[in-house]
Design a protein around this ligand. Sequence first.
Ligand SMILES: [Zn+2]
Length: 279
Amino acid sequence: MVQDSLKLNLSRNLKEALSHYCEQSGDTPERAALRALADFLDIEHHTVYQVSTSGALVEGVLQGAVPLREVLKHGDFGLGTFHGLDGEGILLDGQCWQALSDGTVRPVDAAQMTPFWVATRFQSEKDARIQDIRSIDDLYARLDAMRLSDNIFTGIRIEGFFSRVDVRVACKSEMGTDLVTATHNQAEFHFANVEGTLVGFYTPEYAHTIGVPGYHLHFISRDRTQGGHVLGLVANSLDIALDFGNELKLILPESSSFLNADLTGDTRSALEKAEKARN
Ligand SMILES: [Zn+2]
């Protein structure tokens, strides 16, 4: 039976080669060994699996492109949305949930299609407990201090008791509706004194046509009745875990709307409005 951690005796050759590799790369022996084992067993590791691009969403490519069943093969953790931008998706511990604009949360049928999703097999590489989080910007600053680099994707899992969480939930839209218009009439909810989990990613600024640059977090309550895309929060104490992703697997839709969309524009101001603004 395999335990959660392994103690190995290394041969001299292996030890020397691993030391040399770690000196050259700056990698830790643990990370290098885990990556090698994952490669050997053909398991995706520190891989961010993504369906479509933020630029396509901005342009209104809202058709479901991939069933959640497929996403679940590549990750047990992540976020996204559904065909027609119908609510906010949360993938946590291999279970997928849909927060709807009427304020309800329901389990997702694996046959449901997604036009945009980001997932990973979450494995914590760095964790910390932080206190007295006064705002979402305060949380972002604490996460900035914990991340390895601005240039790699980072999975972010945060657990705790929140004195306040403000979320929006996108309303189902007609195909072709651009993201700023589609989220203009978003439903907003304010949860007080709620226990739950934030699920999300940091995306490097240079990848702003692929993902949502900076932080993108979705919330789901512990009782799985409240959720959405996070706009604000306040909390006394939170447990943070980070997973640094240095591989990106990008699945592009083959729909005519994606194939014919003009994806050459700068998405930054549209994403700022659509993903960060409150009504
Ligand atoms: Zn979102």
